[in-house]
Design a protein around this ligand. Structure first.
Ligand code: ARG
Length: 467
């Protein structure tokens, strides 16, 4: 089978009965999907074997024809696996490429395979199988990323760093606590993946073109053979539904967004100005002109891949939004978006897992930054409430004056002499110095889910039991 361009124009051998001539070259180009849907060959063959086996079991085709079909499909699978198979654009898509080859291999029996099915339920099946496998891979990859964060969190349960809001120093936190925030995010992504797998675990095959079929097929049998929980319930919905692809893309877009935020932090933290982390040589690059540079390219590319993934979600939503039920050819545009997003997401998770495992944490730099910017001002206000009985609003005001004084003197809160503090509020005693250090600050935040090392260790244990 050569590519269409060198062949004479004749009508399609699969559906050409009522066509006098073949398609215009441009028609062929816009119509063909083989360039990308050949990725579905293994799923297509699995689906056809299950379908043929069911047809024979139900007495719709003979056992002899079924054996020929299965044998032929096995041969085609190894031909494609080994790269020997020649794909033809004239045969449009993976379904017809395989069926035409089957006819060449086993003769007329091949023509019986398409009994009681259509390419509409066939493509819905192939693509659903592919997306389901991809979701299973994503689940594993996220588990690996979560494990990397749990290890780093454990190692740094006591490491102090500044916590930020508005990217301004807010309150001291532990680096372990910050790592655990990402565990929560990727944990939610993984929960969405698991839910989607459950959601889409229904077999489309047997819905036929849209209305079902008069042949006595057994859809429960094919569903079971293909590893689905049950068959879909409505044949019209089955061939017009691409929710499983949209769910995959939405999950991918949210996960990619999480990865992008992490990437952004890595970019910021690895600057000389922050210096919180040092990237490993394995996940950074040098500059061709500036010898001192080490660039966070992997993180930047993860951040950028998010654009592609989000774009794919919007593209498929836009393809689907105006389609009347049931199948329309528009839906052929679903695959490239999903394939591209899946590849980007896989790569981004793998790169991040590597970066998190390899990155050097500069605890000294984090600690120095944690103490600057009056990060323990809230601790002073809380101390005034607790020890001096001030209402929080008054304590906030007193603390504001203390911060202004420190700013004016160019020193940290802990460096202000007691007499000057007492001049602002006479209830202050020298016990206040005990809460002004960053270590005391984080150790005191023992509320459930808080940043105290003791709390962070509880969060780690909770996740270890579930990862
Ligand atoms: N290549 C097509 C797709 O990906 C397969 C289904 C074609 N069905 C049809 N009625 N033309 O959507």
């Amino acid at each position: 089978m050569a590519d269409g361009s060198s062949e004479t124009k004749s009508s399609n051998q699969m559906w050409g009965g009522r066509f006098a001539s073949g398609p215009d070259a441009i028609m062929e180009e816009i119509n063909a999907s083989i360039g990308f849907d050949k990725k579905l060959y293994a799923q297509d063959i699995r689906g056809s074997i299950a379908h043929a086996t069911m047809l024979a079991h139900q007495g719709i085709i003979s056992a002899e024809d079924k054996d020929k079909i299965v044998h032929g499909l096995d041969t085609i699978l190894s031909e494609i696996d080994s790269g020997a198979f020649e794909f033809s654009r004239r045969l449009e898509d993976i379904h017809m490429n395989i069926e035409a080859r089957l006819a060449a291999l086993i003769g007329p029996a091949a023509g019986r395979l398409h009994t009681a099915r259509s390419r509409n339920d066939q493509v819905a099946l192939d693509f659903r199988l592919w997306v389901k496998e991809e979701l299973q891979k994503t689940e594993k990859a996220l588990t690996g990323l979560i494990a990397a964060f749990l290890d780093r969190a454990e190692e740094h349960a006591e490491t102090v760093m500044p916590g930020f809001t508005h990217l301004q120093t807010a309150q001291p936190v532990t680096f372990g606590h910050h790592c655990m925030a990402y565990v929560e995010m990727f944990g939610r992504d993984r929960a969405r993946v698991r839910h989607a797998i459950e959601h889409m675990d229904e077999s489309p095959i047997g819905a036929a073109a849209l209305a079902g079929t008069g042949f006595p097929i057994d859809r429960h049998m094919t569903a079971k053979a293909l590893g689905f929980r049950e068959p879909t319930r409505n044949s019209i919905d089955t061939v017009s539904d691409r929710d499983f692809a949209l769910e995959f893309l939405s999950i991918a877009a949210i996960a990619a967004t999480h990865l992008s935020r992490l990437a952004e932090e890595i970019v910021i933290w690895s600057t000389p100005q922050f210096g919180f982390i040092r990237l490993s040589d394995a996940f950074s690059t040098g500059s061709s002109i500036m010898p001192q540079k080490k660039n966070p390219d992997a993180a930047e590319l993860v951040r950028a891949k998010t654009g592609r993934v989000n774009g794919s979600l919007v593209a498929l939503l836009t393809v689907m939004k105006g389609l009347p039920l049931a199948y329309s050819k528009d839906m052929q545009e679903d695959k490239e978006q999903v394939f591209d997003a899946a590849k980007s997401l896989e790569l981004a998770i793998a790169a991040m897992t590597g970066m998190i495992r390899d990155v050097t944490i500069r605890a000294d730099r984090m600690k120095a930054a944690a103490g600057s910017g009056y990060s323990t001002a809230t601790d002073l206000a809380d101390w005034l409430v607790r020890e001096a009985g001030l209402p929080f609003r008054d304590a906030h005001h007193v603390t504001g004056r203390v911060v202004a004084l420190a700013e004016q003197k160019g020193c940290d809160l802990a460096d202000l002499p007691l007499a000057e503090l007492q001049a602002i509020n006479s209830a202050i005693t020298d016990k206040v110095y005990g809460v002004l250090t960053v270590e005391a600050s984080v150790a005191s935040r023992t509320s459930f889910g808080g940043t105290a090392p003791s709390e962070v260790r509880k969060q780690i244990a909770w996740w270890r039991a579930r990862n």
